[in-house]
Write a protein that binds this ligand. Structure first.
Ligand SMILES: N[C@@H](CCC(=O)N[C@@H](CS)C(=O)NCC(=O)O)C(=O)O
Length: 239
């Protein structure tokens, strides 16, 4: 049995997708990051960075309990556990490292840059004028746009990022669900549009994004408490 500590955000969804694709049995424990669940001491034990997702496999390798945080590490763990959505490092090392490099491209590039583009274009405006924020907005919107170009070029040559559908696609796809939040228009990137729709059509993916579908409950503007928990001084408080 797998326990997944998660929330309905791109880094959460990517693990939900892998768990649905592999049909592993799992229980989701919602960590509401808007009310500060991520600072709970019990959660900190599994996730020392106070971020979702974190996973505990009660019957990990050798029958021992294994806990993993960082969504990329969780995806690799699950691919290793199931021998799915990533080629074998022994039988197909080139394929294995190809998936790994596109996964790391997501973890180090797409996630942080799209996240900052979303922050400066949407949330930071709650606190400062557009003029004050223009540098941040431009910097991260431009970088998001550049990364979209890298993805589109790769997808003009291959059906999926590393050839076959893999954990690299699962990691990037949730970040492409709301291009307007990054100031990007999918119409400009036909290969991404084709790839996005193909993944969107997968039954496991449709199920995964419903696991913690909190979109409808999400206010358009953060209240004072949610703001200070996620972006302000309450980030440092421990429950
Ligand atoms: N590199 C981490 C990033 C995780 C992350 O940033 N998670 C966000 C949600 S997408 C979070 O927990 N935010 C809580 C907060 O900002 O306090 C991963 O991929 O697991």
């Amino acid at each position: 049995m797998i326990d997944l500590y998660s929330w309905g955000t791109p880094n959460g969804y990517k693990v939900h997708i892998m768990l649905e694709e592999t049909e592993l049995e799992y229980t989701v424990h919602p960590i509401n990051i808007r009310v500060g669940d991520q600072f709970n001491k019990k959660f900190l034990k599994y996730s020392p960075n106070n971020r979702i997702p974190a996973m505990i496999d009660r019957h990990g390798a050798g029958g021992n309990e294994i806990s993993v945080f960082e969504s990329g590490a969780i995806l690799i763990y699950l691919a290793d556990k199931t021998d799915q959505f990533m080629p074998s490092r022994i039988d197909n090392p080139a394929g294995y490292y190809n998936v790994l490099q596109w996964l790391m491209f997501q973890m180090g590039g797409v996630g942080p840059m799209f996240g900052q583009a979303g922050h400066f274009r949407n949330y930071a405006r709650e606190r400062a004028s557009k003029a004050e924020l223009q540098y941040g907005i431009d910097r991260y919107t431009n970088e998001a746009h550049r990364l979209y170009g890298v993805l589109d070029r790769q997808l003009s040559k291959f059906e999926y990022l590393a050839g076959d559908y893999s954990i690299a696609d699962m990691a990037v796809w949730p970040w492409c669900r709301t291009p307007e939040r990054r100031g990007v228009d999918h119409a400009e990137f036909p290969n991404i549009s084709r790839w996005f729709d193909a993944i969107d059509d997968r039954p496991a993916v449709k199920k995964a994004v419903k696991v913690l579908d909190v979109e409808s409950q999400r206010p358009k503007v953060h209240d004072e408490m949610a703001w200070s928990i996620m972006f302000g001084d309450k980030q440092f408080e421990k429950k």
